[in-house]
Design a protein around this ligand. Structure first.
Ligand code: DQA
Length: 150
């Protein structure tokens, strides 16, 4: 893990999360993805982290980003969105990374049955679910704490 004064962290978001704010606000809230991104960059700066926030609807692009994180030993905060429930490719990519905190905005365990099936989680370092967008902040706080100790 990097010991630079500012540790780079990738905050990676899967399909439909670019539509935060307009997508099912009763589940995911009214904050837009752009607002979330700005907020997380600020949270990172306060924690001494250089946060880069990305979102894609394309699985191959996410696989390339996770490969980049694995090669550069970058910590990752990951919301795999719907891929959480079925993508063995994303699970295999996460398995190659050193530190991945999986975040779900909603409590996937309290929703439809299919959302309780999580194929990426066994390969994540830890999982945060159901704490709203604050889950991303908590994940970054954890990344800051563990990279500081290295
Ligand atoms: C989600 C939960 C998933 O079930 C869903 O497909 C998403 C978002 C969450 O953040 O709560 O797109 O990962």
């Amino acid at each position: 893990m990097s010991t630079d004064a500012t540790t780079k962290v990738l905050v990676l978001n899967g399909p439909n999360l670019g539509r935060l704010g307009v997508r099912e606000p009763e589940v995911y809230g009214s904050t837009t993805f752009a607002e979330l991104s700005d907020h997380l960059i600020g949270t990172g700066a306060a924690l001494g982290l250089d946060v880069e926030v990305r979102q894609t609807n394309h699985e191959g692009e996410m696989l390339d980003w996770l490969g980049e994180a694995a090669d550069q030993q970058l910590p990752v905060v990951l919301n795999p969105a719907a891929w959480s429930h079925y993508s063995i490719a994303i699970a295999d990519a996460v398995a190659q990374c050193e530190l991945v905190i999986e975040v779900h905005i909603s409590n996937v365990h309290a929703r439809e049955e299919f959302r309780k099936h999580l194929v990426v989680s066994p390969y994540a370092t830890g999982v945060i679910a159901g704490l709203g967008l604050g889950g991303y902040d908590l994940a970054l706080t954890h990344v800051a704490a563990v990279t500081e100790r290295d």
